[in-house]
Design a binder for this molecule. Structure first.
Ligand SMILES: [Zn+2]
Length: 304
């Protein structure tokens, strides 16, 4: 079975769909309709201010069931749907051509190129997490590296702002960067790299209908709304957020842009010290121990 998804302005359930709860997810340029979205009034009583009361429980955006043709508004009118974009049950997916991506990919923070990345991969492999590789950060270099000048951190913060609010438009995930062998598809990101991992995950889910086994966000300055989107997409099976606040990191998942800017002096002070936000990028044996503990934890959480 397949059904056309309903979208704002173009579809009608007695009255025109006035959806807005999931504005980032668009078809034909219009946000899709989810359960609870309003429908334009088109008569008396129940038809005066109806809302959508039916949706697909197995297909959610931001945790909300998506509406397709035939689903009812509270007044009893059923909605129309897009013929060009059909919602198919899993076994007859419209994305049947996708060869699922596999492997575990680690995205380091901007400017954090260094020995610690090789050691991070070593630590992951040592715990039994297979097919580990570094993510293709060249595809995602928006900000200049986080050097030792405060100005560069501010620049990075602006680059971060491009990726932290939600799916960045007009950028493919780069599916060719990922292999097809391995038991799971895992994306682990640290600092700026965590925003890249989030982008890859949401794009893989939405553009390719692919499933991410584990998305791990470490020291991640993601916005609260994007975090909610990730949590609400069933194709991202496990979302693991690791804040480093207990080590003094001012960055945390769900923070505001204002908090991010206020964090810059603290980040600058922590940069050379291997503390706080830079807890896991410390070179040397002290950092190696931290990365082993991190890898063991991720293995415990189910990464393989
Ligand atoms: Zn009606």
């Amino acid at each position: 079975m397949s059904f056309g998804l309903a979208v704002r302005s173009l579809d009608v359930a007695g009255g025109v769909q006035r959806a807005g709860a999931a504005p980032w997810y668009r078809i034909d340029g219009q946000p899709i309709v989810v359960e609870g979205d309003p429908v334009e009034g088109h008569g008396q009583d129940a038809h005066g201010a109806p809302v959508m009361v039916e949706g697909e429980a197995w297909y959610r955006v931001a945790g909300l069931p998506v509406c397709r043709e035939g689903h009812a508004a509270s007044c009893g009118h059923a909605t129309t749907g897009r013929r060009g974009f059909r919602l198919a049950a899993l076994e007859t997916s419209t994305y049947a051509d996708l060869v699922p991506r596999q492997g575990t990919y680690f995205f380091g923070g901007a400017g954090m190129a260094g020995d610690y990345l090789a050691n991070m991969l070593h630590a992951l492999r040592a715990t039994g997490i297979g097919n580990c590789a570094l993510g293709n950060r060249h595809r995602w270099e928006i900000a200049p590296d986080w050097g030792d000048a405060p100005r560069r951190i501010v620049d990075a913060a602006i680059g971060v702002e491009l990726l932290r609010r939600g799916e960045a438009p007009g950028m493919p995930m780069g599916i060719e960067d990922y292999g097809t062998s391995g038991g799971q598809f895992n994306l682990i990101g640290y600092s700026y790299g965590s925003l890249v991992a989030a982008q890859v995950a949401i794009k893989y889910a939405r553009q390719h209908a692919g499933v991410v086994d584990h998305l791990v966000l470490i020291g991640c300055p993601i916005s609260a709304s994007f975090l909610t989107e990730l949590q609400g997409d069933w194709r991202i099976r496990s979302l693991i957020v690791i804040d480093l606040v207990r080590y003094g990191d001012p960055i945390y998942a769900g923070m505001t842009y204002g908090e991010l800017l206020l964090a810059v002096p603290t980040l600058n002070a922590q940069l050379g010290a291997g503390t706080g936000h830079f807890f896991y990028s410390e070179e040397g044996e002290a950092g190696n121990v931290r990365r082993r503990v991190l890898a063991t934890y991720l293995h415990h959480r189910g990464l393989r």
